[in-house]
Design a protein around this ligand. Structure first.
Ligand SMILES: [Zn+2]
Length: 78
């Protein structure tokens, strides 16, 4: 286990993950919501569009995409 700084809220915590346990549940909620949105509409032209549609900020979106959390995300060029 490493001592890490949460990429989402900035607090320090012990884990092998990049987010603390509080933010882990928020991440899961965001990812479920995003995958629902992408299931209905995978025609977003940019991360900004998806951010506006979902209310999830661009930093978090980029992080989920980098970690391959958004399975429906295929039409947005990075
Ligand atoms: Zn956190």
């Amino acid at each position: 286990m490493e001592f890490k700084k949460c990429v989402r809220c900035g607090c320090f915590f012990m884990s092998n993950d990049n987010v603390c346990c509080n933010c882990e549940s928020k991440d899961k909620f965001d990812i479920a919501k995003l995958n629902n949105i992408l299931e209905d509409n995978d025609q977003f032209n940019s991360i900004e569009d998806l951010s506006i549609a979902s209310g999830v900020n661009v930093n978090n979106l980029n992080r989920y995409i980098k970690n391959n959390k958004l399975s429906g995300f295929k039409n947005i060029s990075l």
